[in-house]
Write a protein that binds this ligand. Structure first.
Ligand SMILES: [Fe+2]
Length: 284
């Protein structure tokens, strides 16, 4: 596998520099918000709602307007209806379509039941201009690990067959490739060969995007961009064999999707952490 790295902020290029590219789809990835039923809920000492509020302010200052938001799992930490109401309220305030995926801390049934047919969506796919977004559930019930079931893989294949001419971004919660972090990679997708065999049959796939890893990652699989985003709360130390917290601040990913299939992307982080994190923690 050919890998490469980008600087975290990516290549910020204005639309005006690509006069032939037409309409660009502007996407924000907000992931691993880990909200609780109670607004005082903390993860390793950090209030996750206050951290999300800081991220929201950063987005409002730098990356609006946008076309849509991808919320790639672990929306809540405790799986409660109250926590989903809380996170949906935050996301609805952007006034954009929000596509949700379940993570290993989510309760997919509760997530779905708490939706109100508004701009927050839990769906298998969506199309914006000539870009197709496919959402895969990588969770395993009562496990932190990840697996793409036969049904999910059939869904992926069918969705790709249905729109061969649309540039495609495939989104899931867990990483489909190793992050080089022993403890985190015990929770990677456990059947990546089946996944990439399907991807290989469909050249319209331009990018694969995930959450879960609480860190920024930019790589390549053949000519497909591989991307993860920092969490909006605590960060995991990259390439650590054991659980370790990173001192990097919370962040989010932005993507500009061009009509010709190009992806520009980068990471933004808040400048000041709204609280303190227990950096010595060995788990949560
Ligand atoms: Fe998470």
């Amino acid at each position: 596998m050919l890998m490469y790295s980008l600087s975290e902020r990516g290549a910020m290029t204005t639309i005006a520099e690509h006069p032939k590219s037409g309409r660009v789809i502007k996407v924000l990835q907000i992931t691993d918000t880990h909200l609780f039923a109670n607004s005082s809920g903390c993860l390793l000492g950090l209030n996750t709602e206050q951290s999300l509020n800081a991220i929201t302010e950063e987005i409002r200052g730098h990356h609006l307007p946008a076309d849509l938001i991808l919320a790639t799992g672990d929306l809540v930490h405790d799986g409660t209806t109250a926590a989903y109401r809380r996170i949906f309220s935050h996301l609805e305030n952007f006034g954009l379509p929000v596509y949700c995926l379940p993570g290993n801390h989510d309760e997919a049934v509760t997530l779905q039941r708490t939706l109100n047919d508004g701009i927050i969506k839990y769906t298998e796919h969506a199309q914006h201009a000539n870009w197709h977004f496919i959402f895969l559930d990588s969770t395993i019930a009562d496990s932190e690990g990840a697996h793409l079931t036969g049904e999910t893989l059939e869904q992926l294949e069918a969705r790709l067959q249905s729109a061969p001419d649309a540039h495609t971004l495939v989104c899931l919660h867990h990483q489909p490739v190793p992050m080089g972090s022993r403890w985190l990679d015990t929770m990677a997708v456990d059947n990546p060969e089946a996944f990439f065999a399907i991807i290989d049959r469909h050249p319209q796939v331009r990018g694969i995007l995930w959450g879960h890893v609480h860190q920024s990652y930019d790589g390549m699989y053949k000519n497909i961009k591989l991307m993860s985003s920092p969490s909006t709360c605590i960060q995991f130390l990259p390439r650590s064999d054991d659980f370790a917290v990173d001192s990097a601040n919370p962040g989010y990913r932005w993507l500009n999707l061009y009509p010709d299939g190009r992806i520009e992307t980068g990471i933004e982080r808040i400048a000041i952490l709204p609280g303190n994190i227990n950096m010595a923690s060995n788990g949560y």
